[in-house]
Design a binder for this molecule. Structure first.
Ligand SMILES: Cc1cc2nc3c(=O)[nH]c(=O)nc-3n(C[C@H](O)[C@H](O)[C@H](O)COP(=O)(O)O)c2cc1C
Length: 277
């Protein structure tokens, strides 16, 4: 008896393990079937539910118990509009019923050091990385809890591309930076489960081996294209790279990654307390 085979097939379609013999677990089923949602109904989730989701997010594990995540909810309509206007290609940012921002907060620990008279310098790479991981874990915990309550969400890291403007709107002090925003609301429309890379490309045992990557990616491209082909008019940077006869996931992601994003983020961080030493 398998409770997961269909869901795993839909998520991976890679012929890999499908949870045979594992007891049914609704939470795991929901996680495997989850999908990012970018269109929401107008209903605003109850404040009590949002408070609960924040509590759940802040219950996540935290590196060294330093607790370096902070959550900022943007509810002021003028601020929502101002942030949304920075990203016209992603209209859901300005209009989702709820918008949180998950902050890596290296400032609080440094302030704790000051309060206790200890020489804490938290603008190091370690400080940045720990705060980033804490914020990401808190965000993902909120994502899974929100989805289990029937909500749909979309993380928003594009806000870092306009970090100076976003930080000004939100009055972010030194050593505090957004890891990502999170749009949240009741889903409108079905969406689809996004096929993941075959697990033979993303999992390893005992030692790392990506010797079969090329074949795995070709296979993934073909299977993903058969389910959700990328329309011709969505090919990126055709001027630079030309129109591709076959435009799969790997062509799309290679083109996307070749155009570096987030150039403003490192100088912003260096100007706001991070030395990365
Ligand atoms: C850290 C992070 C940042 C993201 N930033 C954005 C974003 O700025 N805009 C957006 O529309 N989606 C964003 N996404 C959503 C991803 O595009 C989405 O998770 C991915 O396409 C896989 O789809 P799925 O979550 O439905 O499986 C982000 C996801 C993560 C984890």
């Amino acid at each position: 008896m398998t409770h997961y085979a269909d869901l795993i097939e839909r998520r991976f379609g890679d012929g890999g393990p499908s949870g045979d013999g594992v007891a049914d677990n609704e939470f795991i089923r929901r996680v495997i079937a989850r999908k990012t949602v970018r269109r929401y109904g107008d209903t605003v989730p109850d404040e009590a539910l949002l408070d609960l989701l924040v509590a759940a997010a802040l219950s996540t594990s935290a590196k060294s118990d330093f607790q370096q995540a902070s959550i900022l909810r943007v509810s002021d309509p003028a601020k929502r509009t101002a942030i949304g206007a920075l990203f016209p290609a992603m209209p859901w940012i300005g209009v989702s019923p709820v918008f949180f921002i998950f902050l890596g907060d290296a400032r609080r620990l440094q302030r704790v050091g000051e309060l206790r008279g200890k020489p804490v310098r938290n603008g190091t790479l370690e400080g940045f990385f720990n705060a980033s991981v804490d914020a990401a874990l808190a965000m993902q915990t909120m994502i899974l809890c929100a989805e289990s309550a029937g909500l749909g969400v979309c993380p928003i890291s594009v806000i870092r591309n306009e970090i100076d403007k976003v930080a000004t709107i939100l009055n972010l002090p030194d050593l505090v930076f957004p890891v990502a925003g999170l749009c949240l609301g009741y889903p409108q429309g079905e969406g689809h489960v996004s096929l993941r890379l075959p697990r033979r490309a993303t999992t390893h045992r005992d030692s790392y081996d990506d010797g079969a990557l090329s074949e795995a990616i070709d296979d993934y491209d073909r299977r993903r294209d058969a389910r959700h082909a990328i329309p011709k008019d969505q090919q990126r940077q055709n001027k630079e790279f030309g129109e591709a006869a076959f435009y799969g996931w790997s062509e799309d992601k290679a083109r996307q990654a070749a155009k570096a994003e987030g150039a403003a983020f490192p100088p912003y961080l260096r100007a706001h307390g991070f030395t990365f030493d």
